[in-house]
Design a protein around this ligand. Structure first.
Ligand code: SF4
Length: 245
């Protein structure tokens, strides 16, 4: 019996975030998420999509990857492959898909909200896990046990909208000594465009509480924060609400 996933889209672009930013990457965007973060820019993936077997997904990936066949980079077959969403861990076949992609030699990244158990994912993969800041409206949905299972292959991401978010991020890094566990990514939360607004998202923070990119970086320097500030490359290169990039 074939094992299926609900897939919103599969496309080739550059990786816009994480320590892998800038490398070619095939994105497998899965449908559905059980959170409603105030800043979610992929609410369009909450529903829709098509059912695909693991074999059909891998065949699509192999076809897209074929032009890169002899062009790897140090330590990584290219393109990378990322499962994103939505929330990939909501689909029970995601771990099997990840393992089969790893078996084929791909460097596999999984973007996850942090609300679900990451242990089910193949240890050869790279888990890029959010820790949801207060302004997301979803801080209390984090699966706390995940912290103990982070490895140096993984990355933790804070998306920061407000001054309170920054202070919370700093306190979490200290509390869990995250810098001794894995890479830490700090992202500025880009405002949603009109077309990205979704009435089901948690309320956005009030404008007077917002923090700018420069303020985040100034504060990181003052605090000697052991983290990597990252811009979202795809939002610099393409319009912020472009899909499939
Ligand atoms: S975890 Fe939050 S940001 Fe990510 S898809 Fe779900 S609602 Fe959107």
């Amino acid at each position: 019996m074939s094992r299926n996933l609900l897939v919103h889209e599969i496309y080739l672009s550059i990786q816009g975030e994480s320590t892998f930013a800038g490398l070619p990457c095939i994105f497998i965007r899965l449908t559905g998420c059980d959170l409603r973060c105030s800043y979610c820019d992929t609410a369009y993936a909450f529903k829709g999509g098509q059912t695909m077997s693991i074999e059909a997904i891998i065949q699509t990936v192999e076809n897209m990857a074929q032009p890169f066949a002899r062009n790897g980079t140090l330590g990584h077959k290219l393109p990378l492959v990322e499962l994103t969403g939505g929330e990939p861990l909501l689909q029970k076949e995601s771990p099997a898909l990840v393992s089969q992609l790893c078996d084929r030699g791909y460097t596999v990244l999984i973007e996850t909200s942090g609300a679900h158990d990451i242990r089910k994912l193949d240890p050869r993969s790279h888990r890029i896990m959010d820790l949801k800041c207060p302004s997301s409206g979803e801080s209390d949905r984090m699966f706390a046990e995940n912290i103990e299972h982070l490895s140096p292959r993984d990355e933790v991401k804070f998306v920061i909208s407000t001054h309170e978010d920054y202070r919370w991020c700093k306190s979490q890094i200290e509390k869990w000594q995250l810098n001794e566990r894995c890479e830490i990514l700090v992202s500025w939360c880009a405002p949603l465009t009109a077309s990205q607004q979704d009435p089901n998202l948690k309320p956005a923070p009030s404008p007077e509480t917002l923090i700018s990119r420069q303020e985040i970086i100034d504060q990181m320097m003052k605090d000697a924060l052991p983290a990597r500030f990252q811009a979202q490359l795809h939002k610099i290169i393409w319009p912020a609400d472009a899909k499939g990039v």
